[in-house]
Design a protein around this ligand. Structure first.
Ligand SMILES: NC(=O)c1ccc[n+]([C@@H]2O[C@H](COP(=O)([O-])OP(=O)(O)OC[C@H]3O[C@@H](n4cnc5c(N)ncnc54)[C@H](O)[C@@H]3O)[C@@H](O)[C@H]2O)c1
Length: 436
């Protein structure tokens, strides 16, 4: 078995500080910043983040090698992250986090109030027509697109100098912009440049941030569904300059994804009605016991509590199967799954997943930042399809369809990490265990 391309010859070490420039200092961003700062101080766990809490199996199942991801690949350390942001409102991260109402004021905001107060947003490249309901005045003003682009580039360079960072990553966590259809102004850099000079309204602020990042050699990740870096000219530009890009739209929801996201689980209550023979048999407690034990076993195999006692060490699991003849073979189930996320905040998944959006999005943003920086140091430019795991609408090369299956995305991501580090791919074929 051989892979199609050779592993990177080397990955530059994560030396010095990593500047994280976030567009938008709202709910997701402040939850991200506060969580990382709390985690640095041992005041909370970065739950939901693969880079911080996930493990990766290396070699055969019988080898017993499953290091933490962060011990396997050379990621930037949380201690080395320095924050910068732009926003339409002048509020510092303390005020913005308090206003967002995601985190507990005393335990998770006051505890790090000084750090948060010190993060003050730079003036936003913004025009009302891209988000009509935003009334903030903390903007660059109506200075034209070329001047906005230049001002963002100046902000990046000033931040780099003032904070003494050795590398930067930019991530879009700002409000979703109005819908813009990709068209001829987004086709080539020449057309794009011309449209900037002409103040063409099809050039949105997100595109100016993305272009500024690429011009300054900074990887760009896009947490919203607006285009930003997802257009032919910027894809091409990022590939030519060998700068990592990825998008679009954080994938936080709906499917049960507790394990894949390293979210914690405290309880699983499942009740079912079933009217066939199976149901009739299972109505007897001694038969049901067999079923219950096997279900518990499956859950254990999936969760691997011994590897992750913080997340799965104490799970209360209850399964009921009730015999109900009118339904016959048509089983119906109601699952209530008690999980916990970033910093231990509890959530519930039911038929409707009752979740906390920013608690789910923050760890994705953290992982995207760290992996984009890793990709840059490994010399991987252009679209980072291996980061599809984090996106609802993954960016892929022209002519390819995106892979949406979360578990294939996860396999792709982990195989990319193995490939980067010169380890064997894990195909999950598993023939070797049954030969000879
Ligand atoms: N939380 C989730 O689960 C989730 C999932 C997918 C996508 N997203 C996306 O992530 C983004 C952030 O979500 P949020 O809950 O933090 O929103 P939010 O409204 O709390 O924060 C967004 C911030 O961006 C600022 N902003 C808007 N335009 C800007 C510009 N041009 N430059 C600088 N700042 C600008 C706004 O003033 C606001 O403070 C949204 O676009 C959302 O759709 C979130």
């Amino acid at each position: 078995m051989s892979t199609t391309s050779p592993s990177p010859a080397s990955i530059a070490p994560a030396e010095g500080k990593l500047g994280v420039l976030v567009i938008g200092l709202g709910a997701v961003t402040t939850t991200l910043i506060a969580g990382v700062e709390l985690a640095k101080r041992g005041q909370g766990l970065p739950i939901g983040s693969m880079t911080q809490m996930g493990t990766i199996r290396l070699g055969k199942r019988t080898d017993g090698r499953s290091p933490l991801v962060k011990d396997f690949v050379p990621l930037a350390k949380l201690e080395d992250i320095v924050w910068g942001a732009w926003d339409v409102f002048p509020d510092d991260a303390y005020v913005a986090a308090s206003r967002a109402g995601v985190l507990e004021q005393g335990k998770h905001i006051e505890a790090i109030s000084q750090v948060l107060r010190d993060i003050r947003p730079m003036k936003a490249a913004f025009e009302r027509k891209y988000a009509r309901n935003l009334t903030g005045e903390h903007t660059m003003g109506d200075i034209g697109k070329r001047a906005m682009l230049n001002a963002i580039r100046e902000d990046i360079n000033r931040f780099r100098d003032e904070k003494g960072v050795s590398r930067l990553v930019m991530i879009w966590c700002a409000s979703t912009e109005v819908y813009i259809e990709p068209c001829e102004v987004h086709a080539t850099i020449e057309a794009f440049e011309k449209a900037i000079d002409a103040n063409d309204e099809r050039i949105a602020p997100s595109m100016l941030y993305a272009y500024a990042a690429l011009l300054e050699g900074v990887p760009f990740a896009n947490g919203s569904p607006n285009l930003a870096v997802d257009m032919p000219c910027l894809r091409q530009f990022a590939t030519e300059r060998n700068i990592p890009i990825s998008g679009k739209d954080f994938k936080t929801g709906q499917t049960p994804m507790v394990k894949a996201r390293q979210l914690g689980l405290s309880g699983w209550y499942s009740t079912n009605i079933l009217g066939n023979r199976d149901g009739e048999v299972l109505d007897a407690p001694e038969n049901f016991k067999t079923k219950e034990e096997s279900k518990l076993g499956v859950l254990e195999d999936i969760l691997e509590p011994s590897k992750n006692p913080d997340l799965y060490g104490d799970v209360f699991h209850k399964v009921q199967i009730n015999y109900y003849p009118p339904r016959g073979d048509n089983k119906e189930g109601w699952d209530n799954i008690d999980i916990f996320g970033w910093m231990g905040y509890p959530m519930q998944i039911k038929v409707n997943f009752l979740c906390r959006d920013s608690i789910l999005a923050a760890p994705l943003a953290l992982d995207l930042v760290l992996y984009s920086d890793l990709a840059q140091r490994a010399g991987l430019g252009g679209i980072q399809e291996w980061l599809s795991f984090y996106y609802k609408s993954p960016q892929v090369a022209p002519g390819l369809y995106p892979e949406h299956d979360l578990f294939i995305q996860l396999t792709k991501l982990k195989n990319t990490l193995r490939w980067m580090m010169g380890e064997d791919q894990i195909t999950h074929l598993g023939r070797e265990y049954y030969e000879n």
